[in-house]
Ligand binder design. Sequence first.
Ligand SMILES: Cc1ncc(COP(=O)(O)O)c(C=O)c1O
Length: 653
Amino acid sequence: MALSLNSITAFRSSCPYLSKTSNSQLRSMSTKVSMQGISRLRSKAETCPVLGPVMATRASQLGLTNGSYAGAQQQQARGYAEQVDRRTIDEIHRKEGVKPGQGGTCPHAAAGIAAAKRAAEMARQAQSQQAQAQQTTSFESPATRDNATTAKDAAVAPSMAAALRMNPSNPLFDYNGFYAEELDKKHKDKSYRYFNNINRLAEKFPVAHTGSEEEVTVWCSNDYLGMGRNPVVLDTMHKTLNKYGAGAGGTRNIAGNSALHLALEDEVADLHRKDAGLVFTSCYVANDATLATLGSKLPNCVYLSDSSNHASMIEGIKHSRAQKIIFKHNDVVDLEAKLAALPLSQPKIIAFESVYSMCGSVSPIEKIVELAEKYGAITFLDEVHAVGMYGPRGGGVAEHLDFDWDYETARKEGRKSIMDRVDMFTGTLGKAYGVVGGYVAGSADLIDMVRSYAPGFIFTTSLPPAVTAGARAAIAYQKNTLVDRRLQQLNTIAVKQALADLDIPVVPGPSHIIPALVGDAHLAKEASDKLLVDHKIYVQSINFPTVARGSERLRITPTPGHDAALQGKLVSALEDVWTTLGLKRTADWAALGGNAGVGVAEAQTERIWSDTQLGLKENAAAAAAAGVKVTAGEAALHPEYFSGNANVAGVQA
Ligand SMILES: Cc1ncc(COP(=O)(O)O)c(C=O)c1O
């Protein structure tokens, strides 16, 4: 019988013993074990004239005399079964004057007998678990035994494992039992994560080898542009490594602040056309630290957060302890209603993303900025899945929306671009830029405030010099070329078109992300495994909690390296998997009323990159000049003809 400190302290005033005993003494007595294997507190309580008899009665009801909880359960169950046998019930009926109708069954007796059967089954299970535990004891070391027993208990019956943690013969908390039980929950709801062993080969991009050295094509990496093996980036990193060594050697505050870090911060500030930038070890940390700091510092701050925001933003907002209001994903009507309900003078931060990575949707940035200006809010825009890939210099979707903007002239004339109107941007150096790290860019004072107050920035070792230099080289490289991001888009268009032709369902969206909808956690994993084993293609399945249950998917991300030959293999492998596993096609989802935007009419599909921006019109013109007629669609479906070394001869009218 567990004695909780809280319940005991409640009786303080009425107990002459308790009133003289300090809390720390009580705590120590409740954790120290007596010779009999019970806590000292319990041992003392048994001698109390008031508590003692109560405990004795309760202990005999629970059958605690043998000191084993499993034994106690068994006896409790057996005792209940015995209490409700036919003789007892008849006796109760006789005493109560209840007479079952002739030929019928007494409802009390029937219920009693059913309960007795259940109790007998409980007793049998408890007995068999106890026997298994004893068997384990006989041939395994104590450490293995603890793990084996608790894992088995948790796998079979979590509530039993929880009960075992209350074992009065061992009052210490059963940590391993607890871990096993938590993991068991993940297995049961199918959200347990399996990590594939994938080793991406720099010289064979997008090929990787698995743990067994088998080569597979990776179709789900966030190294969106292949910058992880870009020769300029690698060369910069090699040279920096040789000159400055492996690590930064300290926090930014103590010996870890180099010219390379400062140059990288200038680079990201320039990328987003802001006064200043601040680099973190990842964008997860950048989001968490920035949002936590701002929300806790701004007086009475309230966050307006898109319902599909990334975990790093959710955590940052939580850590700020500021008020949070969630608005419907990309829904400016809902956002406006929520903004309008707040006092104009109250500090407000609208936190949202440009490209949402699991569904590929894109936020209405301009409209959100307008609302922020109208209601006195500031904007925090995560461009993690957009930097490097959108905008003439890779500045993200905000930059892309003003693709041909002349910043110099506009500034002289006092006109502001959308990028100018967003208050702060965060981005990663680990996806399209192929290295690792994250950052925030904004006004000089905002960035200085985060630098001065954010623990996630201050109290951690800064990025290694080679990483810092490599990331800067990647940003600078992508600022000066359109080739990679155009080709990435063209490959995406081609794959989306080919899947649409086969009625393989893709969550519609205007970005480079291709979420192929499966709609079932188990099937999504099976489809991913089948692609890997049967077709040597790696596409990770995405399950709850990353996406909603019932909308599980395969998330496909084409890069410039996924040429027409690789696309052909992917598409036929997906067709095989969809057929073999009997997965739903777009028409099936439409018949069911749609799912995750698949099979519904009003889907958001207009591409961010227009045909003109992709150079498709120029290519078509070049093809025409060469005497070959191609449509924009054909140009997109055969991007290799227009990837810089245009050889249009193979494209027929
Ligand atoms: C929207 C979003 N923000 C932030 C992050 C974190 O970025 P990083 O990988 O640099 O920690 C991610 C990671 O996937 C993300 O999807």
